[in-house]
Design a protein around this ligand. Structure first.
Ligand code: NDP
Length: 333
């Protein structure tokens, strides 16, 4: 198998040297084990956190061991009656072309239900994050104004579309004109702002949100969020989902204090990790799949081919190279 290991803990933005490729022979299977062929491997912003050894909600990756994450794989040899050859599974698995598993934590996927890659995106972790963060924390009401940052990514595209389904005015913030056009033309966002080319985001947001902001779904943090806070209405709800603009920071991020605004507007701000809502995943996945089938949700993914592209696909998240969910296709099913 070919693997990608964490070679060193990055300072700031990871580089090629963060990763190391390794080739090795896998041992034979023992009773209860399966041999998996990786089909799609997910790259996700949270992986940056696991590359550092700071304390967080998931333990850090170990140095010189394979990076782990969401993988869709096919069982190609089985010594486990629960997972016969040919089964397709979703699991938290190593960045390897092939891997051995005892089957624990693997979820079987029905390949006829949806394209296999969707289980790492809209029907998987990012889709559930969007659904739970927006509907459980923010509870958007018809007519309210919803702002989402990181709007053209895996989570943001789903957040904005669900908010539209709930009858809200939706404003997205993203980093290229292609993304802005996509949000407005394809996904039906009411307004979208390119934070990289707009000289004053706060003015642009104020113009796009004449009635203020009731819900802010924050994927990026930093100065983009500072601009949104100044527009909060009374009883606004803010889901702090991600802070990607700060993940590579090498010193503590500074900014204006938000507490006086929260106090004056009596707003609710809540950080969350999608696994907090595991008891709601069944209903969330069913509703997302239903909306998808009915054509009420559009879904986009950026798929690069080839296992060796994993590091670059991951680094591309921090440069905004993806529209929708970024995946690496490793093998044909
Ligand atoms: P995306 O598909 O949105 O990819 C990341 C995007 O972030 C890029 O495409 C880029 O788009 C944008 N970005 C990168 N750097 C910056 C920056 N400095 N400032 C502003 N935007 C930036 O990733 P996901 O949808 O998977 O994740 C979105 C966020 O949600 C992340 O912060 C992630 O950590 C978080 N998350 C949290 C979960 C939870 O349980 N709380 C679960 C899943 C994700 P652009 O071109 O617009 O810059």
């Amino acid at each position: 198998t070919r693997s990608i290991l964490l070679n060193e803990r990055p300072q700031g933005l990871p580089t090629d040297n963060t990763f190391k490729f390794k080739e090795e022979e896998l041992p034979g299977l023992q009773e209860g084990q399966v041999l998996l062929k990786s089909l799609y491997i997910s790259v996700d912003p949270y992986m940056r956190g696991r590359m550092s050894d700071a304390k967080s909600y998931v333990p850090p990756y170990k140095l010189h061991e394979p990076i782990m994450g969401g993988v869709v794989a096919e069982v190609i040899e089985s010594h486990n009656a629960q997972l016969p050859q040919g089964t397709v599974v979703l699991g938290n698995l190593p960045w390897q072309t092939y891997s051995i598993s005892d089957g624990k934590g693997l979820m079987s996927i029905n390949p006829d239900l949806a394209p296999l890659s969707y289980h790492l995106g809209i029907l998987g972790m990012p889709g559930l994050t969007a659904y739970c963060g927006l509907l459980i924390i923010c509870v958007p009401k018809p007519g309210e104004t919803v702002v989402v940052s990181g709007a053209a990514g895996a989570v943001g595209t789903v957040v904005g579309q669900i908010a539209k389904l709930k009858g809200c005015r939706v404003i997205g913030i993203a980093g290229s004109d292609d993304k802005i056009n996509y949000l407005k033309e394809e996904l039906g966002f009411d307004e979208a702002i390119n934070y990289k080319s707009t000289p004053n985001i706060q003015n642009a947001l104020a113009a796009a949100c004449p009635n203020g902001v009731d819900v802010y779904f924050d994927n990026v943090g930093g100065e983009i969020s500072d601009a949104v806070y100044s527009l909060l209405n009374n009883f606004a709800r803010i889901a702090v989902c991600g802070q990607i603009s700060l993940y590579n920071a090498t010193s503590p991020p500074m900014g204006p204090r938000v507490e006086p605004i929260l106090l004056k507007t009596k707003s609710l701000m809540k950080g969350f990790i999608v696994s907090d809502y595991a008891d709601r995943f069944g209903e969330a996945a069913a509703e997302l799949a239903g909306w998808l089938q009915e054509g009420k949700l559009q879904y986009e993914e950026t798929i690069v081919e080839g296992f060796d592209q994993l590091p670059h696909a991951f680094l591309g998240l921090f440069k905004g190279e993806n529209i929708g969910k970024q995946l690496v296709k490793v093998a044909e099913y």
